[in-house]
Design a protein around this ligand. Structure first.
Ligand code: HEM
Length: 409
């Protein structure tokens, strides 16, 4: 089979070809093993089994005792500096450490907290559309999609206005690394920039945490550094890691879904017409279908903790499996005519936000709320808004990142 998911060249192929490759992999009787390649700056691992069918991704997500998120969920093995920066991140932990952190931070994502953010999200979306109208057609990513998620995360955390320009600057620098790099030199340069930026972000939020311990406010940082009813709170290092995780997990994902989303709506005028015929009735289905169709996170890894049979595949302790969300979301057994963009389909089982289990995306409802509000503002105030041409994609085996997407209205 001329498909090698461990070869970074595979991720340079056009999206359509990659979807076809995954369709072929899904037909194989058992998950295929891909020996690891040596990647500049990344440790060479032992290789991995690719979980490409929906049922396999769901099973591995659900059974966290056998399919561990430790030592890390990225693939290949991340370099030491990533562990240093993200080491205490909940996404790379198993219970009980994971459960403790999730208990502390999930306060920020309760329905009441999210409801409290709605007025601010609406204001931010209105301002973004005001600016679009003032500036005119251009790049949808920088003018629209990139602006909202980071604004919302800063608001939740209670980052003061005076610090926001610096946060933006550091986030831009820290996301520069998330692609497939052509040379060792370029990788090293970007990794260096990335780690400096992430550490700077962590220092900023830790400093803020100290101020909020002395003088608590109503924001999330205050909540996280003061004890919850069980007496639990975050340490400095945990607070820094959580902020970095939010900025990485909650920023690019929502941004890329919106950027791909405007193109999907443009390419499927009948679906768009249906959405506009009853916005409230269809918007949730449209957002969910965008997340399924785009699958903004391509893959996360698990490490097997004990010998285990997965659909006849004999896994050994220490084996790695990689969960390919985009492939699971196009599994024809669950999603008939999976390539079609259909806002009325039953997307309930999609795994764009991860499979069911302890690591299911903590920010899923926030992301849905942001995207609902943004598309409502865009499509009602600019009824002719549409993408122009093809998006410029970042070559990546981790996220479906859009660098730019022209648009007009
Ligand atoms: C369309 C937008 C988004 C997508 C597609 C997405 C996708 C995912 C996926 C696939 C996971 C599962 C990781 C795993 O199983 O190992 C995850 C976890 C997570 N996401 Fe999201 N995400 C989105 C938006 C957000 C937002 C807006 C936030 C917060 C502001 C967020 C915060 C998190 C956190 C904290 C985790 C780790 C949860 C844990 O380990 O318990 N995400 N996300």
């Amino acid at each position: 089979m001329d498909i090698d998911l461990a070869d970074l060249d595979f991720w340079r192929r056009p999206l359509k070809e990659r979807h076809e490759a995954f369709a072929r992999l899904r037909q194989a009787d058992l998950p295929v093993f891909f020996p690891e390649k040596k990647v500049p700056l990344l440790r060479s691992g032992t290789g991995f089994y690719a979980l490409v069918r929906h049922a396999d991704v769901v099973e591995a997500s659900r059974n966290a005792k056998v399919f561990s998120s430790e030592p890390a969920v990225t693939n290949p093995e991340p370099p030491g500096w990533v562990k240093h920066v993200f080491g205490e991140s909940m996404v790379n932990m198993d219970d009980p450490r994971h459960a403790r952190l999730r208990r502390i931070v999930s306060r920020a994502f309760s329905p009441r907290m999210l409801q409290g953010l709605q007025a601010d999200i609406e204001k931010a979306c209105a301002r973004i559309v005001d600016d679009v109208i003032a500036k005119g057609p251009g790049d949808f990513v920088s003018q629209v999609a990139a602006r909202l998620p980071i604004h919302v995360i800063c608001d939740m955390m209670g980052i003061p206005e005076s610090m926001r320009a610096k946060v933006h600057e550091h986030v831009d620098a820290s996301t520069a690394y998330s692609g497939v790099r052509p040379s060792l030199l370029q990788s090293a340069r970007l990794a260096g920039k990335n780690v400096v930026a992430l550490l700077a972000l962590q220092r900023m939020v830790i400093q803020l945490g100290h101020e909020r311990v002395a003088e608590p406010g109503k924001d999330l940082v205050s909540a996280l550094v003061t004890a919850n009813p069980d007496g639990e709170k975050l340490t400095d290092k945990e607070l820094g890691s959580f902020f970095a995780l939010l900025l990485v997990a909650g920023n690019e994902t929502a941004r890329n879904t919106m950027a791909h989303g405007i193109k999907l709506l443009t390419d499927h005028p009948a679906q768009r017409e249906l959405l506009m015929s009853d916005f409230d009735g269809h918007v949730n289905g449209a957002i969910e279908e965008m997340v399924r169709h785009v699958s903004p996170i391509i893959q996360f890894r698990r490490t097997v903790t004990e010998d285990f049979a997965l659909r006849g595949l004999e896994l050994k302790k220490g084996d790695r499996v990689v969960l390919f969300y985009g492939s699971a979301n196009r599994d024809e057994e669950v999603f008939p005519d999976a390539d079609a963009f259909d806002i009325t389909r039953d997307t309930k089982p999609h795994v764009g936000f991860g499979g069911p289990g302890p690591h299911f995306c903590l920010g899923a409802n926030l992301a849905r709320q942001e995207m609902r509000t943004m598309f409502r503002e865009l499509l009602t105030r600019l009824p002719d808004i549409r993408s122009v041409g093809e998006p410029e994609l970042l070559v990546s085996n981790f996220d479906n990142s859009v660098r730019s997407q022209s648009f007009t209205f």
